[in-house]
Design a binder for this molecule. Structure first.
Ligand code: EPZ
Length: 426
């Protein structure tokens, strides 16, 4: 199994191109199930999660073709076409490997009137139920049954019917799914307490380009006027705000100076504001963010994790790594997932001083971190260990890095280009 070996201590200097966002690429790929025409997606990152979803889409009859490299875009251009859906079942083996696979239930139900999709189950960061999805689909008229670990959903005769759907919490996945179901439903659907992450806006842009009628994307209320059919479109995946925020923290932690090319500052403004309060200098342009900590200490700052536009849970572990080296004590409150502190035990192997009490981690900054052997536990936790290792003295080895490959494109290459002493050990 691959590992990462790195030697800490080098400040990062240079420019990092920000890849397309995994969490936008996945729902936009799923949207290909909604039309028989070509859906062209640009800037698709080459990641394990994207490859995993491609397997599932192939199983439903989606044809997938990678276009020749387009020098204007950093990722791949992929053409998806689904002349017909050949199978409405999303099997356990494919859904359990990646939770977002469950979202196919929305388009399958909207286009074919039926879907049999394995329940995704919990995962390392929490139990992650699907009750909001099922309540939302039922509101659109679907009949839902659970059969041997599968959700079996059937649309009423005449198809899904627009309705008012209010989520108890602005779930990203439930918003993507109900949005994709509602675009082909009869009549108007209003989704209240919707998620408003940039990835939701990207999906709404894609669906609109396909002929859907959606208003309110990027707010808490989405209104969808159902249409009979959707057509093809050509859409760019938004840059990955989590990747940008991660590299920003790596730059600050190592006392470096890096330019995040392609990053959209408005997509991670809460992180930029927080990082400025820790003492970093950050300059923003529309498609570029420069981050540096030329000298001086990192100032400890408390943070409550929230939904967009607040500070994201997907940057919580990385921020905790940064706070391990801060001057003073910080409190980090995770509010989205109930079990997203698995990196704590691993960060302590570097000599960090962290205590957790329920959903709050108290981090006492230390003067120095020391390289260690650590284990990646989930995607964002893994990268927090990379950041800590880059700022630690001596050698670090990170095991189980398949987690990293799920969501960070060419991580070692990008960091090495900025002066990090990092390599993949086969
Ligand atoms: C998305 O997960 C992201 N995944 C996650 O990224 C991200 O951490 C999360 O949103 C929050 O921003 C993708 O976009 C592929 P939620 P999702 O539904 O949609 C509860 C990463 O590292 N909930 O917004 O699964 C749920 O348990 C990851 O890239 C219910 O209770 O998250 C959680 O506590 C991992 N019932 C909260 O809502 C439901 O039916 C938010 O989850 C649905 C959700």
């Amino acid at each position: 199994m691959d590992r990462i070996g790195l030697v800490g201590g080098n400040p990062l200097h240079g420019e990092i191109p920000i890849s397309g966002a995994k969490n936008a690429a996945l729902p936009l790929m799923i949207a290909a199930l909604l039309t028989g025409d070509d859906l062209v997606l640009r800037n698709v990152p080459d990641l394990a999660d994207v490859r995993q979803l491609r397997k599932l889409l192939l199983n439903h009859g989606v044809r997938i073709e990678v276009a020749p490299h387009d020098p204007g875009h950093i990722g791949e251009t992929i053409v998806f076409s689904t002349p017909s859906i050949t199978d409405t079942c999303a099997p356990y083996e494919l859904v359990s490997a990646m939770r977002a696979s469950f979202w196919v239930i929305g388009p399958l139900l909207a286009r074919e009137g039926e879907a049999r999709v394995s329940l995704p189950g919990g995962c390392a960061i929490g139990s992650r139920p699907v009750d909001f999805f099922l309540t939302g689909l039922k509101a659109l008229g679907a009949h839902i049954e659970i059969d041997e670990g599968y959700v079996v959903a059937r649309a009423p005769r005449g198809g899904l019917q627009g309705a008012d759907v209010t989520f108890p919490f602005p779930s990203v996945g439930a918003t993507h799914t109900i949005l994709m179901a509602a675009v082909l439903a009869r009549g108007t659907t209003t989704i209240s307490n919707a998620a408003m992450e940039p990835e939701i806006v990207n999906l709404a842009q894609c669906l609109t380009a396909m002929g859907a009628k959606i208003s309110g994307a990027g707010t808490r209320t989405l209104v969808v006027e159902g249409v009979d059919t959707l057509h093809g479109a050509d859409i760019q995946i938004v840059p990955d705000r989590i990747e940008a925020g991660t590299f920003a923290m790596a730059g600050i932690m190592t006392g470096g100076d890096i330019v995040l090319r392609g990053a959209r500052p408005e997509h991670f403004q809460a992180a930029i504001d927080l990082l400025r309060r820790t003492g970093a200098e950050i300059d923003c342009e529309p498609d570029l963010v420069r981050v540096r900590r030329s000298a001086g200490r990192i100032i400890a700052q408390d943070i409550d994790i929230g939904t967009f536009p607040e500070f994201p849970t997907d940057l919580q572990a990385q921020y905790m790594a940064l706070m391990c080296r801060a001057d003073g004590t910080s409190h980090i409150r995770e509010t989205i997932f109930e079990n997203r502190f698995m990196h704590v035990a691993e960060l302590m192997r570097f000599g960090a001083d962290i205590h957790t009490d329920g959903q709050v981690a108290t981090v006492h900054g230390v003067r120095e971190l020391k390289g260690a052997q650590v284990m990646a536990t989930d995607l964002r936790a893994s990268v927090s260990l990379v950041i800590a290792g880059l700022a630690a003295e001596g050698e670090t080895t990170i095991n189980r890095i398949y987690h990293l490959d799920r969501g960070f494109e060419r991580l070692e290459e990008k960091l090495a280009a900025c002066g990090a002493d990092i390599r993949r050990l086969k």
